[in-house]
Design a protein around this ligand. Structure first.
Ligand code: MOS
Length: 738
């Protein structure tokens, strides 16, 4: 019986955060700190003709101005000279600043002013004059959609069955094209770094989702051993993928610090964030669905294309989950990318999945109307009982119960099928549904536990907590399996000197790092048992490690708790002040025999003002099945956040580019709209817990990103139901409804 797992527990770092004790990257201090301010370019493509830094250099407080003319080269090679990256872990080919006169995208860094104060650096930055040899640029993905190609990693996509033939003979079919604009993560905390050199040793305080990756990037940038670099990132004020890659500012900060021989700090402005960390790509999707009159899908073709940069390949694999959502024998779901003169896109919350499922789940709604079948019923007709891609069984899948429970809570049975058939006074009411899906990923991760004779424990792993509550969930897991109270456990993360952990991304942290902590706790238990069993009179004699557990200072038999030893006394008898175990958890072999996914069902009510085209999401019910929930409080918060972001993606978010200049026109929170309180009404999130013994020892699946997947589609479907207008281009702004 779990004491803490599954109970609502407050954030262990909550007080530190609200009182300002939690230190974010920009808040670290170092003696004699200098401040850098980045100068951004103003053309989208070409070369720098000249840079005049004389006025800037003469400005008060300026220490040094770096441009491509005087900045040292950062190794091993500039991004555009290397082959495209493959996986997050391996890539170190990202854009590095001030390496040549070449302009790859508008708002590219072209100079760095380092001064005594931030204000002096910012002022002088405005005095830097840059002229360009501009070249003809292309920033509009639409204009180069014909040049789409398959990403070079992995084999070209193969169709399942014969989708072409199946589509031809399908009695009912629909086909449509969907668009998602470029979007930006816009976390509250701006990206920041403080670099401190001591000889050829570098300490870097950074906002990061993966300190090991930043360490590697910096080591290769300066051709120094990784052991010489320490990256520290204890708190992150939201990232959503924008700190998965190293970004250009840490190397730039460290370069400046090394050159001026002082610690340097750089903080992105909100505007600089728009080209400083990647974006959700502009995505064009064509979906064709063929079905029997019964509603049974016979063919699915889902083709996606999105932008990448001219110097790097990136794909968020928009169509990846399409292969696994519905039972359908014939399918083709290729992903293409096309070059634009923009910065490289990156992963942004629920990358690929939320975009792909917007198109697919909108198309399913269109098919439901073509068939005159209730949209929820259509999804049940095509329910995948086993993985349609591999034929493997699911390790667990409670999606059917999500549909049932969500529909019941929402009152779906009262929905009238016809569009524009439901009203609230003069407002049009629409009800829409969609399916959510995400992987139950696990990555290799290592954790260290030091268990002390005084009944406390210290846990460390180089993971990150970008907001989901990792500090808390790991503390809970450690407390549970060490038999301690959460307040007796101290968990530290975000330091490259701690044992290796994967990026906090993909919603895999609890499954990965949690499993490592679980393993380390069991190793501590086994060690204690070993010591106990050296004693001929031990009440635990003959017990195997699996038979015992730790609880409140005792090592006891699970099925006979009267047989125990006192751990403090045991450690004292053996002269042990503390014992330390480090454990690496890896995905099991057994996982390969199954498809491991998390699912959800969403039900959305919108009310649309027919006179002004305003859409309000008045009710959202989201039921998700993502294994075991460790901390329901934080998990509900994640799912609510997913719904809120889904509202933003559906109705508001868009990074606007003026293609004449190839320049982002709304790089600020005044013009880049995200939901505010007035946009958020009733949201209810519900978990259908699954007892999954396959995914990992804790039975947890990914859930942070799952909560967003399907929401934009459910909203678009509700808008169609309310208005009869099918909006296939996000965001659904009032002009599109008038
Ligand atoms: Mo998330 S896009 O996996 O940081």
């Amino acid at each position: 019986m779990a004491r803490y797992i599954g109970k609502e527990i407050n954030r262990v770092d909550g007080v530190a955060k609200v009182t300002g004790r939690a230190k974010y990257a920009a808040e670290f201090r170092a003696p004699n700190l200098a401040y850098g301010f980045i100068v951004l370019g103003t053309v989208a493509k070409g070369t720098i003709k000249s840079i005049d830094t004389r006025d800037a250099e003469a400005a008060a407080g300026v220490i040094r101005i770096f441009t491509h003319l005087n900045a040292p080269k950062l190794g091993p090679k500039a991004s555009h000279e290397q082959a495209p990256p493959r996986a997050t872990e391996e890539q170190d080919k990202s854009f590095r600043a001030l390496q040549s006169d070449r302009i790859f995208f508008n708002m590219q860094p072209v100079a760095l002013v380092v001064a005594e104060t931030y204000e002096q650096a910012r002022y002088a930055a405005r005095l830097v004059k840059v002229s360009y040899n501009a070249e003809k640029h292309t920033t509009d993905t639409e204009a180069v959609r014909d040049r789409g190609r398959f990403p070079s990693q992995g084999p070209p996509p193969k169709p399942r069955g014969n989708p072409e033939e199946a589509m031809k003979i399908a009695p009912v079919k629909i086909e449509a094209e969907y668009r998602i604009p470029i979007e930006h993560h816009n976390p509250m905390e701006p990206h920041a770094a403080v670099a401190v050199w001591q000889g050829d040793r570098l300490t870097m305080f950074d906002k990061s989702q993966e300190v090991y990756n930043v360490r590697k990037h910096l080591a290769s940038s300066f051709n120094i051993p990784e052991a010489n670099v320490q990256v520290i990132s204890p708190y992150v004020g939201g990232a959503f993928g924008s700190s998965l890659r190293p970004n250009y500012y840490p190397a730039l900060t460290a370069m400046a610090a090394r050159e001026v021989r002082r610690p340097v700090k750089i903080v992105y402005t909100r505007t600089q964030m728009f080209t400083g960390h990647g974006h959700r790509p502009y995505t064009i999707q064509k979906v064709a669905l063929g079905a029997e009159r019964s509603g049974k899908l016979t063919a699915m073709v889902h083709e996606a294309l999105h932008n990448t940069s001219t110097f790097e390949e990136f794909s968020d694999n928009t169509t990846g989950f399409t292969r696994q959502v519905y039972a359908c024998p014939n399918l083709y779901a290729p992903q293409r990318i096309t070059n634009t003169d923009l910065s490289t896109p990156t992963w942004m919350r629920a990358p690929g999945a939320v975009s792909g499922m917007f198109a697919l789940e909108s198309a399913m709604d269109e098919l439901a109307y073509a068939l005159k079948i209730d949209p929820l019923e259509l999804r049940l007709i095509n329910y995948a009982e086993k993985d349609p891609e591999s034929g493997k069984p699911f390790s667990s899948k409670a999606l059917r119960e999500c549909y049932r429970l969500g529909a019941e809570k929402f009152g779906w049975k009262d929905r009238k099928f016809e569009p524009r058939s439901m009203r609230d006074g003069r407002l049009l009411v629409g009800w829409g549904t969609a399916t959510g899906i995400w992987g139950a990923f696990q990555m290799p991760a290592t954790a260290r536990i030091t268990f002390k004779a005084n009944g406390t424990a210290h846990v460390a792993s180089a993971t990150s907590d970008i907001g989901p509550g990792t500090y808390t969930v790991i503390t809970i897991i450690a407390a549970e399996y060490l038999g301690l109270k959460p307040e007796q456990v101290e968990f530290e993360l975000g330091d490259s000197n701690f044992p290796r952990a994967p990026a906090q991304g993909g919603s895999w942290t609890t499954a990965s790092v949690g499993s490592a902590v679980h393993g380390a706790a069991l190793a501590i238990t086994a060690r204690l048992l070993e010591f106990a069993n050296r004693d001929a009179n031990s009440p635990l004699r003959g017990a195997a490690a699996a038979d015992v557990e730790m609880l409140d200072g005792r090592l006891q038999l699970k099925n006979d708790t009267a047989r125990f030893v006192n751990t403090a006394e045991l450690m004292k008898r053996n002269g042990l002040g503390e014992i330390t175990e480090t454990f690496e958890a890896k995905p099991s072999q057994e996982r390969r025999n199954y498809a491991t996914l998390a699912h959800g069902a969403q039900f959305i009510e919108v009310k649309v003002d027919p006179d002004i085209g305003q859409v309000r999401v008045t009710r959202a019910i989201e039921v998700t099945a993502c294994g075991r929930i460790i901390n329901p409080k934080a998990s509900h918060s994640q799912e609510i956040g997913g719904v809120v972001w889904g509202i933003g993606m559906a109705l508001q978010e868009a990074t606007e580019i003026d293609h004449r200049f190839g320049r982002i026109m709304n790089p600020n929170l005044q013009h880049y709209h995200v939901p505010v309180h007035a946009d958020v009404h009733m949201i209810e999130t519900i978990f259908v817990e699954e007892d999954d013994t396959v995914v990992n020892p804790l039975g947890v699946k990914g859930m942070g990103e799952l909560g967003m997947v399907g929401i934009p589609a459910a909203i678009a479907n509700a808008v169609f139901h309310a208005t009869g207008k099918r909006i296939r281009d996000l965001p659904i702004t009032p002009d599109k409804l008038l």
